[in-house]
Write a protein that binds this ligand. Structure first.
Ligand SMILES: CC(C)(COP(=O)(O)OP(=O)(O)OC[C@H]1O[C@@H](n2cnc3c(N)ncnc32)[C@H](O)[C@@H]1OP(=O)(O)O)[C@@H](O)C(=O)NCCC(=O)NCCS
Length: 173
């Protein structure tokens, strides 16, 4: 059983915990380059200021034992792809291996479907070498849609992306 978690909006005052947990190369290496390394207090401050009420975005801090220990969020695509939302997440290393992200993902999926009634599919793109994240998605009910071969370049290395998804009409809730 993972420890109790609370998904809640990011708020003023989260900067210190956000900086402390996010400032980790093992996290940044598995995310888009927009997630910086090193991760400074100014990065945390910028994130918290720009994130609130962003159109087309739904973002939560993962609160553990009273502090923001990670983040999970979705962005709705546009135009004909507005039936899809992309989900992403990270967790502070001190909390890894306790089932926390799996639990956060299980809680976030119904929140995304409820927030956007027109979203039919939630997907994620995982760098091929990120075994832990692929396992988290599998445990939360996502299935492999396909492998995007040589789709990204991270830290100068080209890699495949495993694209996984879950659908409104078939997820078990
Ligand atoms: C990926 C990440 C979110 C996992 O968070 P977590 O809370 O530790 O995940 P959980 O505890 O819910 O589950 C992790 C699972 O991966 C497994 N796992 C961990 N490392 C693994 C590895 N190297 N190879 C295979 N499986 C691995 C664990 O055993 C566990 O599966 P199990 O329950 O079957 O034993 C966290 O490591 C992280 O923030 N990583 C950096 C950012 C990132 O990768 N974000 C996702 C981008 S798509």
């Amino acid at each position: 059983m993972p420890p109790p978690i609370l998904l809640r909006p990011w708020r003023e005052g989260d900067q210190t915990a956000l900086k402390r947990h996010a400032n980790n190369r093992k996290i940044a290496d598995n995310l888009r380059d927009v997630f910086p390394h090193p991760y400074t207090y100014a990065d945390a401050d910028w994130y918290i200021r720009q994130i609130s009420g962003q159109e087309g975005h739904l973002n939560f801090a993962i609160e553990i034992a009273g502090e923001a220990g990670g983040g999970i969020g979705a962005v709705r695509l546009t135009d004909v792809y507005q039936a899809s939302a992309e989900i992403g997440y990270w967790l502070g290393e001190v909390y890894w291996g306790q089932g926390i992200t799996t639990e956060a993902l299980r809680q976030t999926v119904p929140l995304v479907f409820a927030h956007w009634p027109g979203v039919e599919r939630i997907f994620a793109g995982v760098f091929a070498r990120n075994a832990a994240s692929k396992r988290v998605l599998e445990k939360a009910g996502f299935t492999l849609e396909g492998v995007l071969r040589r789709a990204i370049i991270k830290n100068g290395t080209v890699d495949d992306v495993h694209q996984v998804a879950i659908w409104r009409d078939s997820y078990s809730g």
